[in-house]
Write a protein that binds this ligand. Structure first.
Ligand code: SF4
Length: 330
């Protein structure tokens, strides 16, 4: 018996990287306990990628392959593409009608994102982007998700969704949706090659679907202790990105590595080589699984077709209740 329903998603705008791995591992665990809907959020992606929309099509298959490679199981969860369930657009519209503009304007991520894109010379101050939290609320409520895994930065979006639920129930005097609760998993933060948060927009990422040559090249680029000139100089692992990765992926030997670095007993080149081998060994089973999945070019599309069918069933049921509550059935 599953404990409740979860909706979560990712935008198909690029290759997933090591920073996404802990999120996917967490989804894999949640899938065993909850009725999970995992959504390729392609309409969300379009709110910022409207001027190069094809990218969302190109990356949909890659995204789902990464999900499956890490162990998401289409028999234990519903894996689907947002735009294949048109009810997302209908509920988004109906919710937008009851949402005061000020609720959207005060979402802290709106201003941050507008500024972030402006610095890249892009203007995303559109009606669609402002309504992003409303689309997100529609995604969650369509499946009556009672739990939503979020990061701290997404908490205002979830609170927005809860406010919309209360307003809907107040206006139409009928309880249709649960008020979704946040689930804040404690996930390790993976640094990028330069020590900042790993992110495609910083260009400091290590793709999940990679190969030994790419991993070798990426680790070679990692920033180490800048004060260490010679291999025998005592190092400061706490400021070294390579060490941060060893802490995450080389747990059994990390203490010895730290001591050797501090005493100047290990050089950065061999230290990086050890990390390269560890990462390749860790990722190889995922790559093998991905290669197996890629052998059938239809598999991902079959998974999405079945997931879309199941998602649509639930979405249609919810929309019947929504229209009935509003008294707009025709
Ligand atoms: Fe970093 Fe390893 Fe060099 Fe120490 S030896 S500074 S941990 S790369």
């Amino acid at each position: 018996m599953k404990q409740g329903t979860i909706l979560s998603g990712m935008r198909p705008t690029g290759r997933l990287h090591l920073g996404h791995l802990s999120v996917l591992e967490n989804w894999r665990e949640l899938m065993e306990k909850y009725n999970c809907y995992f959504m390729v959020a392609n309409w969300h992606a379009l709110t910022t990628a409207f001027d190069y929309p094809k990218v969302t099509v190109e990356y949909t298959r890659e995204l789902v392959l990464d999900w499956l490679m890490v162990g998401l199981d289409p028999l234990k969860s519903t894996i689907f593409v947002q735009s294949e369930v048109k009810e997302h657009a209908e509920l988004h519209l109906l919710l937008s009608l009851i949402t005061p503009l000020s609720w959207l304007e005060r979402c802290p991520t709106y201003k941050d994102q507008v500024q972030h894109f402006r610095e890249q010379g892009r203007d995303i101050t559109t009606y669609g982007f402002l309504g992003y939290p409303s689309l997100m609320a529609a995604d969650i409520l369509l499946y009556k998700a009672d739990v939503v895994p979020v990061g701290e930065d997404q908490l205002p979006h979830l609170e927005f969704c809860r406010e919309v639920v209360r307003r809907f129930h107040h206006l139409y005097k009928r309880e249709v949706f649960p008020e979704p609760q946040a689930y804040l998993p404690e996930l390790p933060l993976v640094p990028g090659l330069d020590g900042r948060k790993m992110s495609k927009s910083y260009g400091n990422e290590i793709p999940l679907a990679s190969n030994p040559e790419e991993i070798t090249a990426k680790v070679r680029m990692m920033v180490t202790d800048p004060e260490r000139i010679h291999a025998t100089d005592p190092g400061h692992p706490d400021v070294c990105t390579v060490y941060a990765f060893h802490r995450l992926f080389s747990k059994p030997v990390v203490e010895d590595l730290e001591k050797s670095c501090k005493k100047g007993e290990i050089g950065c080149v061999p230290c990086k080589k050890r990390l390269t081998s560890t990462l390749i060994e860790f990722l190889t089973p995922y790559w093998e699984r991905r290669r197996e999945l890629e052998r059938d070019p239809d598999y991902v599309w079959d998974v999405l077709k079945e997931g879309g069918r199941r998602a649509r069933l639930k979405a249609c049921q919810t929309m019947e209740e929504v229209r009935a509550a509003m008294g707009i059935e025709i």
